[in-house]
Design a protein around this ligand. Structure first.
Ligand SMILES: [Mg+2]
Length: 298
């Protein structure tokens, strides 16, 4: 064997390359053929693109800023017109009440996409303990535009109400996180309602229901604007179907962009749960429901 002649190595190298290619193809085929659907990578669920969009796109930033800028622009008018409120649950003479705004927290005020991104990188599903751990890091950044809006509203004498489905188990962390981002400029002028408050006030908690907490706010305040990333942050009581959710939006068409402001959240929420009638389905069943919900060209 002549070790200085490159031709000596050509045949073994080609053989090795062919073997490597065959092994790769075989392993891919094996994976496709034998891997049950339940093990399909999390990126297949679409969560990857939702989070990429929310974390990286200029368009996400623009949509969020658009909502808060439009709201700030209309604050003076909303304060002056004491006859109207943003709440369905309005009773009594609202003109005599102090003005307030209601904001949901997650994906409306604070951005939790780092938690979602972590679940993708680590091939994990949503988990209560992991979620609380993320909340306790107090590391969520504000949604674009919200800090300016809160500071403007508060300077105009508007009370701020954070009405969240976060548990009171993470109440301290949530307050700290918001405060560190300039979202509690004056603690005296901010009120919190957590998940447990819904039942404390006589309601029945489920993820789409904030109605009893809104009723409680209404007793004391004239709510002039509301913000959320899910329809339940504004109205509705219970698990509404896809069609009923859309009908509710249309029914309230005069409110959007005036007193109701929706923030985008393609990652999760009741929009996604409504596709599977709010059932707890495994990944294969969920995927099947999502495919059925597509409306392809004929
Ligand atoms: Mg939310």
């Amino acid at each position: 064997m002549n070790l200085t002649d490159p031709r000596t190595f050509i045949k073994p190298v080609i053989l090795l390359l062919v073997l490597a290619a065959l092994t790769f193809v075989t392993s891919l085929r094996g994976e496709t053929d034998t891997k049950p659907f339940e093990q399909t990578p999390v990126w297949a669920s679409g969560k990857l693109y939702a989070i990429l969009w929310m974390q990286n796109s200029a368009e996400y930033q623009a949509v969020a800023r658009q909502a808060y800028a439009a709201a700030a622009y209309q604050l003076d008018k909303a304060l002056a017109d004491t006859s109207t409120t943003a709440l369905d649950e309005t009773t009594g003479n609202s003109a005599l009440k102090k003005p307030a705004v209601i904001l949901d927290v997650d994906e409306t005020v604070l951005r939790n996409t780092p938690y979602g991104a972590w679940t993708i990188r680590n091939q994990k599903s949503w988990d209560q303990q992991d979620w609380w751990e993320w909340c306790r890091l107090e590391a969520a950044e504000p949604v674009p535009g919200v800090v300016d809006y809160i500071q403007t509203a508060m300077a105009k004498g508007v009370h701020i109400i954070y009405l969240t489905n976060r548990s009171d188990k993470v109440a301290v962390a949530t307050r700290n996180n918001l405060a560190s981002e300039g979202l509690i400029p004056d603690p005296e002028k901010v009120t919190f309602y957590f998940k447990e408050d819904e039942e404390r006030l006589g309601g029945k908690y489920h993820e789409t229901n904030k109605i009893f907490r809104r009723k409680q706010v209404e007793k004391e305040y004239r709510v002039i604007q509301m913000f959320g990333d899910s329809l339940g942050d504004f109205a509705g009581n219970g698990h509404l179907s896809v069609m009923d959710r859309r009908a509710l939006v249309n029914h309230n068409q005069s409110r959007w962009g005036r007193s109701w402001f929706m923030l985008p959240n393609p990652e999760y929420g009741s929009w996604k749960e409504s596709l599977k009638d709010y059932q707890h389905l495994d990944q294969a069943e969920s995927f099947s429901k999502e495919m059925q919900a597509l409306q392809p060209m004929k």
